[in-house]
Ligand binder design. Structure first.
Ligand SMILES: Nc1ncnc2c1ncn2[C@@H]1O[C@H](COP(=O)(O)OP(=O)(O)O)[C@@H](O)[C@H]1O
Ligand SMILES: [Mg+2]
Length: 244
């Protein structure tokens, strides 16, 4: 079943068109990598789905419902959770408090407490440090904390913006190991934004490449990489206009 359908989405910041006529479909349980160089519009796409920025044109459907122009809280309540780039933890608050903020807009406390326990089951490392300041966690641990926080609303679809940014390769491996385990355990649908296609190729599955606000390539990550199409698209040659 289609969980997310984006059609002809455009986003403008003043004069600048950051995203132009972007479309994508995501089935329940599927993982889609959105890649592309810096400034391509990847974060803008995520923010538009989350309702944080308003599209100038196009339509977004989540679980069959039109969510175009809805408030972020409404979209979150419908099962979408976003992990923004930059690992925004509240450093002076404890791990526990950071997680409870993820459940912030939920009225029912008993439910939030159950979700906290369930998140701790998936993240024993966070449980051990639950009373410590989040600012004392390593970069990789903070990335896991923001992912855990996004799960506090029990989402169906999680979008993660550049989870590997600034992390050592070994730590990136751990973050992805965790993501893939969570995907299986919680039957999550994932939208993962990364600048490079390396992780998409390692993980396998569907990949989309954005460049200057346009979708220039979409398909099976491994096949696209092997054919050289990713490299060409990344550097701005379309398949139609091969470099001389
Ligand atoms: N709030 C904003 N105001 C104006 N321009 C922005 C804003 N956010 C992003 N942009 C611009 O929109 C384009 C796409 O940005 P972004 O979606 O952050 O790209 P990416 O995540 O792929 O690096 C860039 O040219 C960027 O400078
Ligand atoms: Mg970005």
């Amino acid at each position: 079943m289609t969980l997310l359908a984006v059609e002809g989405l455009s986003v403008r910041y003043g004069q600048l068109t950051a995203l132009r006529d972007a479309s994508l479909m995501l089935d329940e349980g599927e993982t889609l990598f959105v890649t592309g160089p810096n400034g391509a519009g990847k974060s803008t796409l995520m923010k538009a789905i989350a309702g944080v920025v308003r599209p100038a044109a196009g339509c977004i459907r989540l679980g069959g419902r039109d969510i175009t122009g809805e408030a972020p809280e409404t979209i979150a309540r419908l099962g979408f959770s976003m992990v923004p780039e930059g690992r925004q933890v509240f450093g002076e608050l404890t791990v526990d408090e950071n997680l409870r903020l993820g459940a912030g807009m939920r009225g029912d406390r008993a439910g939030a407490a159950r979700d906290l326990e369930s998140v701790f089951e998936s993240f024993p490392m966070l449980k051990e440090r639950r009373d410590g300041a989040a600012g004392l966690l390593s970069g990789g641990q903070q990335q896991m904390l923001v992912i855990a926080r996004a799960l506090m609303t029990r989402p169906r679809l999680v979008a993660i913006d550049e989870p590997s940014l600034g992390l050592a390769p070994l730590v990136i491996d751990q973050v992805y190991e965790l993501l893939l385990r969570l995907r299986a355990e919680r039957r999550l649908t994932l939208l993962v934004v990364e600048q490079s296609s390396t992780r998409a190729t390692m993980t396998g599955g569907r990949m989309m490449l954005l460049r200057s606000g346009r979708v220039v390539l979409e398909g099976d990550a491994r096949e696209l990489n092997a054919s050289g199409a990713v490299e060409r698209a990344y550097f701005g040659y379309s398949d139609a206009e091969e470099p001389a």
